[in-house]
Design a protein around this ligand. Structure first.
Ligand code: ADP
Length: 441
């Protein structure tokens, strides 16, 4: 096995050290990253992921522990060597791109080469080659503020690669992008890892992106909580892949008796990465939700059960979380009743009574979560889209597409995130509104 390219031991990073507002953002992180690995830093906002990034980049000196990149402590470098390190050993791309708007796209990409004393014609050629590779060369002579988000990020990727660094850091690179641009950027990073054989470290909130990585570093409250290898990837580091899966398999097969073992493995990892709950807690939560869906319990009892200590037979959630879950479930069940009414009328051919009022109501439920401004034309278009989904004129994907299509092309004109959120919300109402034996009234 090769030597680690990054070695971190008991790393501690403190903001405002010695001042009244001193804050320890990273405590005791220990990890090693190997050349050509693709690593994800994953975890809730504020848990210290970016802090470690800036420390790796040489701009935030650790207050304790050890940090070595390619066997050296960058904080010991002379200023000249530090510039070389920051432009040639490590490349970085940011969520907000950070392109310079007063110079052209190609000059943005070529800029880091100036610090290396590369002659202008070579700089231009190398920058243009990268822009071609990431399919933004048609924008080479434009200014960055004329670019879409996806194009801007592909320019940043080109800039980060211009000095051929060993390590690429990507700080939520797709946080501002739509789904098509996200895929292009994720494909570019994968290519940089697999074809260029660079070490890539990405900060992401998006669980769907973890599949690209060799290992996931899960952060929690300023600590590296666990390291999870991706079973789909041939590992570079030495890991014990099976430990978690085997011990949980039995429990999972009780929770999901009809799922094949492969699905259970996936569920185990998803549960591990996205929830703080143990599988025992998940099981109790599911039972409680079933009681609510069947309307065999009421709001306050449900809430109390969620808060009650696990040892006392409850789910063991904290009060704030229990309240949030209770409120959301009560809300969605109430909303789904209107869907049920609507479907019943539809079934009896009684579509005209109060049809408008019900569709309006559903629209208001969706709008309440949205909170943004909406024009009268959009309101009307949203109503038609809801109607079409309710009577089955199109499926979930069709509804989402309609919301995300511009008004002038017959859509509702929402951005992709809003379209996604509203579709999800409506689908939750729809599924709860389905008539099942013993279901709601
Ligand atoms: P993440 O990237 O996981 O969202 P960050 O590394 O940005 O988290 O932040 C970790 C913690 O450090 C947060 O509580 C944040 O408020 C705090 N923090 C970040 N930057 C500073 C700073 N410049 N001064 C003081 N505290 C900071």
């Amino acid at each position: 096995m090769p030597e680690p390219i990054i070695k971190v031991k008991n790393l501690e990073i403190t903001y405002n050290k010695g001042k009244e507002n001193e804050f320890v953002a990273t405590r005791g992180a220990t990890f090693e990253i190997y050349p050509e690995e693709y690593i994800a830093f994953f975890g809730p906002s504020g848990c210290g992921k970016s802090t470690i990034f800036y420390s790796l980049l040489g701009i935030l000196e650790p207050s304790g522990g050890e940090l070595l990149v390619k066997g050296e402590n960058p904080y010991k470098y002379t200023p000249e060597k530090m510039v070389h390190f920051q432009t040639s050993t490590i490349g970085i791309i940011y969520q907000a791109f950070f392109l310079i708007n007063s110079i052209s796209v190609i000059d943005n990409v070529a800029l880091p080469l100036i610090f290396q004393g590369v002659p202008p014609n070579v700089r231009r050629k190398r920058a243009l080659d990268l822009l071609k590779r990431f399919e933004v060369d048609s924008k080479a002579d434009f200014y960055p503020d004329n670019l879409s988000g996806g194009q801007s990020q592909r320019v940043s990727v080109s800039r980060s690669m211009v000095n051929n660094p060993d390590i690429l850091l990507a700080d939520e690179p797709t946080g501002n992008l739509d789904s098509i641009s996200t895929k292009q950027v994720m494909d570019a990073l994968e290519e940089i890892n697999q074809i260029d054989r660079k070490t890539v470290i990405i900060i992401t909130h998006n669980a769907a992106q973890l599949k690209y990585c060799h290992r996931v570093f899960y952060f929690k409250d300023g600590k590296l909580d666990r390291i999870v290898p991706n079973p789909e990837k041939k590992q570079i580091a030495k890991v014990d892949k099976t430990k978690i899966l085997v011990t949980e398999m039995e429990q999972l097969s009780r929770l999901y008796p009809y799922n094949p073992p492969d699905d259970l493995k996936v569920k185990s990892l998803v549960n591990f990465l996205t929830q703080e709950l143990t599988l025992d807690q998940v099981q109790r939560l599911e039972n409680a939700i079933r009681m609510m869906v069947d309307r065999k319990t009421e709001e306050e009892k449900f809430y109390e059960y969620l808060c009650a200590d696990f040892d006392a037979g409850g789910v063991g959630l904290n009060k704030a979380r229990a309240r949030k879950i209770t409120d959301r479930i009560v809300k969605i069940l109430k909303e789904s009743k209107d869907i049920q009414r609507y479907r019943r009328r539809l079934l009896h051919g009684d579509l005209f009574t109060n049809q408008d009022e019900l569709v309006n109501k559903i629209r208001e439920y969706l709008m309440a979560d949205y909170g943004g401004k909406i024009s009268p034309e959009q309101r009307a278009a949203l109503k038609t889209a809801i109607f079409d989904r309710l009577v089955g004129n199109f499926r979930k994907e069709g509804f989402e597409k309609r919301l995300n299509t511009p008004l002038k092309d017959g859509g509702v004109g929402f951005n992709s995130q809003t379209a996604y959120n509203m579709t999800l919300h409506l689908e939750k109402m729809l599924i709860q509104g389905l008539e099942t034996t013993g279901g709601g009234h």
